[in-house]
Design a protein around this ligand. Structure first.
Ligand SMILES: Cc1cc2nc3c(=O)[nH]c(=O)nc-3n(C[C@H](O)[C@H](O)[C@H](O)COP(=O)(O)OP(=O)(O)OC[C@H]3O[C@@H](n4cnc5c(N)ncnc54)[C@H](O)[C@@H]3O)c2cc1C
Length: 415
C-alpha cells in the first residue's frame, strides 16, 4: 500500500517531474469538478484540475441573464455553503422558490409550498454561469490546486501505483486518483471502457428567459402537457416595479416541436410560451434567443474503476423534469469528498475498496431517481387513451394526500 504524501526525492533531478505529481487529478472543471476541488481546499492533497475552457458569464452581464439556470435543492445549497461558495454568489441573482404549482393537461393540479412544511424555500433558482464562475474563481486561487486550462487530455494509463494522464501538448500528469467530471460524453469514462447505456428521449430542452407582465412571487410552475413538459422558473431580476417579473423557461419538447419553437420570431415564441403556460404571468417578452439541448437518459452501471471515479453527468444523465440533474452531481461531490477526506494517510486514494464506498453510497439514489423520472416522463409523453385522465386524476389525488405530498417534498429537500 502506498502513501500519498511521499515524493521527497532529490530536488535537483526530480523537480521537473515532481511538479506533475498529484494525489488527485480532476478532469472537467464544470460545476461538479470545481466543487470537488473546493471541497478539498483544507486538505494537504495536491490537486490538478484540467479543463478545455474556463466558464464565463453572459457577454452583457449583469444586464444579461444566462439561459441555463438550475433549481438548486436545499441540500445542494447546504453543500455549497459548507464549501464556502454560496455566500459569494451575487445575492440579487438568487431567487427563492416559495411555491411550486404542477398542472396536468386536463386540470389536475398539485401545489407544493415551503410554508406548508415550515421551510423558507423549496429550492433556489440560480444561473449556471453564476455558480460555475464563482467556483472557478475560488479554485484558481486555491493553494493546493494547479489548473491546467485550456488543456485537453489525450491518454489515460492506469498503473499499479499511479495513473498517468497525458495532455495534448505532451505534458504528463501523475495522480493516485483520476476523477472524471467531464460531463455527459465523458472522455474519462470512454478511456476506461466503463460502459454507459444511452437512451435518447428524442426531445430537446428548449430554454429561454422572458420578462413577464405579472409578478411571479417566487412561484415555479410546471405543466405536463401532451406536447412535453413546460416549466417557468422565477428569476431574481428586474428593478423597481419590474422586480419579480423575469422567468426562465424550460420546455422539454418532442424534437419537431422544439425545432419549430427555436425557429420562431421572438414575439411568436413569447406568445406560444405564454399560451402554453395558461397566461399565468400575463404576456411574455423574450430577453435573448432561445437555445435547445438534446435530452437523454444515460445509465452508467460502474462509476468507479481502479484509480478512477466518475461524478456528475459523467456518472448519470437524467431527464430535467424533476430538476435533479446538477443536484445529483453535487451529492456525488459530497460523498466522494467525504470518502477522500476520511481516508487514512496510509490509504491509496485509487484503491477500489475506497472507491467502492463512493459507488455504493450513490447507486441507490441515482438508480431510483432515474427510474422515477423516466417513468413519469413516459407516462406523460404517452398518447394512449385513458392515460391523460389517469395522470390528471393522479396529480389531483396526490395534492390531497398530504402525507404523500410532504414525503415527496421532504425527499426533494434532502437532495
Ligand atoms: C443547455 C443545457 C441546459 C441544462 N439545463 C439544466 C437544468 O435546467 N437543470 C438541470 O438540473 N440540469 C440542466 N442541464 C444539465 C446540467 O448542465 C448538468 O447536469 C451539469 O452541468 C453537470 O455538471 P458536470 O460538472 O457533471 O458536467 P458539465 O457541466 O458538463 O462540465 C464538464 C466540464 O468538463 C469539461 N470537459 C469535458 N470534456 C473535456 C475534455 N475532453 N477535456 C477537457 N475538458 C473537458 C467541460 O469543458 C466542462 O467544463 C443542462 C444542460 C445543458 C447542456
Amino acid at each position: 500500500m502506498s502513501h500519498h504524501h511521499k515524493h521527497r526525492q532529490s530536488p535537483s533531478t526530480e523537480q521537473p517531474s515532481q511538479a506533475n505529481d498529484f494525489d488527485l487529478i480532476i478532469v472537467g472543471g464544470g460545476l461538479t469538478g470545481s466543487a470537488l476541488a473546493v471541497a478539498l481546499a483544507d486538505t494537504s492533497l495536491r490537486i490538478a484540475l484540467v479543463d478545455a475552457h474556463a466558464p464565463s458569464r453572459p457577454p452583457e452581464w449583469p444586464a444579461q441573464w444566462d439561459n441555463r439556470v438550475y433549481a438548486i435543492s436545499p441540500g445542494s445549497a447546504d453543500l455549497l455553503a459548507q464549501i464556502g461558495c454560496w455566500g459569494h454568489l451575487t445575492n440579487d441573482r438568487l431567487q427563492r422558490v416559495a411555491q411550486m404549482v404542477v398542472s396536468g393537461d386536463s386540470g389536475g393540479v398539485i401545489n407544493f409550498s415551503a410554508f406548508d412544511i415550515g421551510t423558507e424555500e423549496l429550492a433556489w433558482i440560480v444561473e449556471s454561469s453564476e455558480m460555475a464562475c464563482e467556483l472557478w474563481t475560488t479554485v484558481s486561487r486555491q493553494r493546493n490546486v494547479t489548473c491546467f486550462c485550456p488543456a485537453s487530455p489525450v491518454r489515460l494509463q492506469v498503473g499499479d501505483a499511479v495513473a498517468e494522464l497525458t495532455l495534448e501538448g505532451g505534458q504528463v500528469l501523475r495522480g493516485k486518483l483520476v476523477v472524471g467530471a467531464d460531463g455527459r460524453e465523458s472522455w474519462v469514462r470512454q478511456q476506461m471502457g466503463l460502459s454507459s447505456q444511452h437512451d435518447p428521449y428524442n426531445e430537446l430542452g428548449v430554454v429561454a428567459n422572458f420578462r413577464t407582465e405579472l409578478s411571479h412571487f417566487g412561484t415555479a410552475y410546471q405543466w405536463f402537457r401532451a406536447d412535453g413538459v413546460l416549466a417557468y422558473l422565477p428569476l431574481a431580476g428586474g428593478a423597481g416595479d419590474d422586480h419579480g417579473k423575469m422567468i426562465s423557461m424550460v420546455w422539454s419538447a418532442p424534437e419537431a416541436l422544439a425545432r419549430e419553437l427555436l425557429a420562431l420570431p421572438a414575439e411568436e415564441l413569447a406568445f406560444r410560451v405564454a399560451n402554453a403556460g395558461e397566461n399565468k404571468l400575463g404576456q411574455l417578452e423574450l430577453m435573448a434567443p432561445a437555445a435547445g439541448f438534446p435530452l437523454k437518459l444515460v445509465r452508467v452501471p460502474q462509476v468507479v474503476a481502479p484509480r478512477v471515479a466518475l461524478i456528475g453527468d459523467a456518472a448519470h444523465g437524467i431527464h430535467p423534469l424533476t430538476g435533479h440533474g446538477v443536484n445529483l452531481g453535487f451529492q456525488d461531490v459530497r460523498v466522494l469528498a467525504d470518502v477522500i477526506r476520511t481516508a487514512r494517510p496510509v490509504d491509496d486514494l485509487g484503491d477500489m475498496r475506497l472507491l467502492s464506498r463512493y459507488q455504493r453510497a450513490r447507486r441507490e439514489e441515482v438508480v431510483m431517481l432515474q427510474s422515477i423520472t423516466d417513468a413519469m416522463r413516459k407516462l406523460f409523453a404517452s398518447n394512449a387513451p385513458g392515460l391523460s385522465v389517469l395522470r390528471n386524476v393522479g396529480l389531483s389525488l396526490t395534492d390531497k394526500l398530504t402525507p404523500l405530498k410532504s414525503m415527496l417534498i421532504r425527499y426533494a429537500l434532502e437532495r
